[in-house]
Design a protein. Structure first.
Ligand code: G6P
Length: 762
């Protein structure tokens, strides 16, 4: 840094000096030019007027008079004297004191006599510097001699030197000032912040600092700081991953981590590439005034799939639903994400209002969603919605095919009930592709499914995939029974597979999960959890002893009203809890464009109001309904501090809230009340499993949870955390990829289009 300062100062001194010298030179030159011009003008005026006086006396030959005239001009300011010359250039009269110094015939005098023109010249006379101006003298239009005006010009030289001296002093002061100011600026804005940043980075490198600690304020270097921050995060993640791997090896465990998944996916993909298609995109852009905001949807699907895409730089095709999505894509409708650390490609597909209405709101969410969930809401099947569903599936399939062009044996992970027809559409064109579709919601039993007028097409579309995944076994069973009843095919019950028209589809459960280690509570101790709970309750403006939490999209399958009724029943049955138990329901508005969802929001609100009105006193309320989207971080505070978490879905494929709650409870406290109708209930046997429709039972479960012995509570929590830790989302993704990579597919180019469907193992 010292060397840098010296170099900087020397460069500054040299630079400023050169620039100042150039300016001074220019200043001196123009000053000199001005003074000379002024002197010449004065000499010319004087010469002209003197000539008028001299010429008559010259004609008379009056030497005495001529000498008198030249003597008269001997003592004026800067005037050294005057000399009169005859036609031959010999002096006739010269001011005393000048006579012996003047050259015999100055050049300008000779020129004045010969050319009849006035002119000046600077010459050195003895030790002085003078200016001689010669003017022709006439008689009857004949040149008869010349007059020379001699000015002392040494003042011009003196003035020039003075200017140089002043410039030098000024430059010196300037150099000193600018150098000192620059040094100070460098010290304040660069050296200081760099030193701080270096300390911060050193702390990170040596493991003494936390990446979450604020980046020091390094001012001008902010863009660099941002990069360093990302770099530090990657470093810290790599370090903790390595540590985790070492611990795992040490414990001879086989836990899955993001890094293990990365290696696994890359090995399994080999030369191939991975594609994902889902309706919901992992990042959407919205406009807030003049700036763009990146929104990550609260979706388990995104959490589950992102690590795979990151691991192998895959391509994710999804609906571009953000109002600024079009502004952020390139000419192929793609962009690199995550925005702060691009690792894979997001290809957006655009839908018109009508397409979205028919395919997403209509067929997917008013038809298939209630069809697959036992929640007593009638599915609506409109022919126009079906047409849109078909058309949009084709639109997404075309986008996927476009992205796959040039890749041999691509892997495709299609997601959910929005794309039942897409696997067949892709398989037709790309029999060499390995296609899996994961159905994130339950599958209805064959009787219920048969009410769908397009059940054959849906099942056939799904069987275009090589692998169909569900969360649990009973969904696989329901699916196979539905296939059995609707289509001509052979069901291989031993291996859970369907054979139809020379194509085999494996049907398997893959219970989805969460990234357990990433949801840990930042090492928060019991002490700080107590502080955090107090702060949270203060922010909520409520006084209570026990805190319960529920986190859901406001959806009729989630059993939110049933939950509220159970809380009401608890307070009726066990009035000791009046003033002591508050339940916070975080409800993210969802699909509100659909009337049933829109109405539900109002109904949930009204139910909370009704119960609150009945019981609330002073600063206590039994229910707080927070009706807005909450960030992951905000939700974590509730998970960490709640005494119990309620998941009372009427029907749910898996429910990741239950698993997120467990992952967040590093303190091994808190109780999970879990509906028996969730996929999660199959794995989490230590939760208090309830029938959400049984209000008495749920009320008792809440009381049981609040009064549970601490040891029992801790043991249950420990066991459930172990289940989720071992069966995390990386294992889910790893298993899915393993299964898919072991499937036999056709060689590239053997598509139905060219009539060749010979399967060969690769
Ligand atoms: C369920 C579905 C997902 C969907 C999510 C949110 O979990 O299985 O596919 O993304 O709900 O619903 P939304 O309609 O907002 O995408």
């Amino acid at each position: 840094m010292r060397l840098l300062s010296v170099r900087l100062i020397i460069s500054l001194i040299v630079g400023i000096t050169l620039v100042s010298l150039a300016f001074s030179y220019y200043e001196v030159r123009s000053e000199k030019r001005g003074l000379t011009r002024d002197l010449e003008r004065r000499a010319e005026v004087l010469a002209e007027s003197l000539a008028g006086n001299i010429e008559p006396h010259l004609a008379k030959g009056s030497q005495k008079e001529l000498q008198r005239i030249v003597e008269r001009f001997g003592n004026r300011q800067h005037l050294d004297g005057v000399a009169i010359y005859n036609q031959k250039g010999a002096p006739i009269a010269v001011t005393t004191g000048l006579a012996h110094r003047l050259p015999d015939q100055p050049v300008v005098v000779a020129q004045a006599v010969s050319k009849g023109q006035g002119g000046g010249q600077f010459v050195h006379l003895d030790h002085s510097y003078v200016h001689i101006y010669a003017w022709p003298l006439h008689q009857q239009d004949q040149i008869v001699g010349a007059l020379a005006i001699v000015h002392d010009a040494s003042y011009i030289k003196a003035q020039t030197i003075q200017i140089w001296r002043e410039s030098f002093l000024r430059d010196l002061v300037l150099v000193l000032l600018i150098s000192s100011i620059t040094l100070l600026i460098v010290r304040w804005s660069i050296v200081g912040p760099i030193a701080k940043a270096a300390q911060w980075m050193k702390a990170l490198r040596t493991g003494k600092g936390s990446v979450t600690a604020a980046v020091p304020d390094i001012d001008l270097l902010r863009p660099l700081a941002r990069e360093v921050e990302t770099f530090a995060r990657s470093l810290s993640a790599a370090r903790s991953a390595a540590e985790k791997e070492a611990q795992l090896r040490d414990a001879a465990e086989s836990n899955w981590t993001a890094e293990r998944l990365s290696v696994h996916v890359r090995n399994r993909l080999a030369e191939s590439r991975l594609f994902v298609v889902s309706n919901r995109e992992p990042y959407s852009h919205t406009r807030r005034g003049r700036s763009l905001e990146v929104v990550v949807p609260p979706s388990g699907l995104v959490t589950a799939l992102e690590p795979i895409l990151r691991a192998c730089d895959g391509t994710w095709v999804a609906h571009g639903s953000g109002d600024a999505d079009q502004e952020t894509v390139d000419k192929h409708d793609s962009l690199r994400v995550p925005p702060e650390d691009p690792r894979y490609t997001l290809r957006r597909v655009w839908l018109s209002k009508q397409e979205e209405e028919g395919y997403y709101f209509g067929f997917a969410n008013e038809g298939l969603w209630p069809l697959c969930h036992v929640a007593h809401v009638r599915p609506l099947f409109r022919a126009s919605d079906w047409e849109h569903y078909l058309h949009v599936n084709q639109k997404f399939a075309d986008a996927v095919l476009e992205e796959m062009a040039g890749t041999e044996h691509p892997f495709l992970l299609a997601q959910d009930y929005h794309f039942a027809l897409l696997p067949r559409m892709i398989k037709k064109k790309r029999p060499d592709a390995r296609i899996a579709i994961f159905w994130h919601i339950p599958w209805a039993n064959p009787e219920k499914f048969s009410i769908c007028p397009w059940q054959r097409q849906l099942v056939d579309g799904l069987l275009g995939a090589d692998l169909v995944g569900f969360h649990i076994h009973s969904d696989c069973n329901n699916f196979l029974q539905t296939v059995d009843r609707t289509l001509e095919s052979r069901i291989d019950w031993d291996h859970f597979a369907v054979e139809r028209e020379d194509h085999r589809t494996i049907v398997k459960p893959f219970p989805i999960s969460v990234a357990f280690d990433e949801i840990q509570g930042d090492g928060v101790g019991k002490e700080s959890i107590y502080t955090e709970k107090t702060a949270l309750l203060r922010e909520l403006g409520v006084n209570t002893l026990f805190l319960g939490v529920g986190v859901d999209r406001v959806d009729y399958t989630k059993g939110i009203q049933e939950r509220f009724r159970a809380i009401e029943r608890l307070l009726e049955k066990y009035p000791d809890y009046l003033g002591k138990f508050t339940f916070v329901q975080i409800g993210a508005p969802s699909r509100t464009h659909i009337k049933r969802y829109h109405d539900l929001l109002g109904e949930v609100e009204a139910e909370a109001d009704r119960i609150n009105w009945r019981f609330q006193t002073g600063k206590w309320r039994p229910i707080i309904f927070l009706n807005r989207q909450h960030s992951h971080k905000e939700i974590q505070r509730f998970y960490r501090t709640a005494d119990l978490c309620m998941v009372t879905s009427l029907h749910d494929g898996m429910n990741l809230v239950a698993k997120e709650f467990l992952a967040a409870r590093e303190d091994e406290q808190g109780v999970l009340v879990l509906s028996q109708f969730t996929g999660a209930a199959r794995e989490l046997r230590d939760a208090l499993i309830v029938n959400p429709y049984d209000v008495e039972q749920v009320a008792d479960a809440i009381r049981f949870a609040l009064e549970m012995e601490p040891d029992d509570r801790q043991n249950r929590m420990q066991r459930m955390r172990k289940v989720v830790k071992e069966n995390n989302v990386y294992r889910w993704a790893g298993n899915l990829i393993t299964e898919l990579s072991e499937i036999r597919v056709e060689k590239p180019g053997h598509s139905e289009a060219n009539g060749n469907r010979v399967a060969s193992a690769i």
